[in-house]
Design a protein. Sequence first.
Length: 85
Amino acid sequence: MTGFKLTMKNPSGLDARLAGALVKEAAKCSGRVTIRKKEKEGDAMSIFNIMALGVKCHDEVEIAVEGGDEGAEAAMLEAFAKENM
């Protein structure tokens, strides 16, 4: 499993628009992609799981990729997250 942590900088947090964009990026991965906020964890390929985390501005989240080409896929997701989140 390969992953990374980031602090949400988007003023509206992980809103529906951004969650939808994250789902589209995660769907490109062949492995399992999860997103975690504290003790809550969800499937990053499901907008409902992402929205249920309630990520707000300045919250820290962890995104992990398991299986497939996890190194390259995690790097792709990290680049997306740094640019958009």
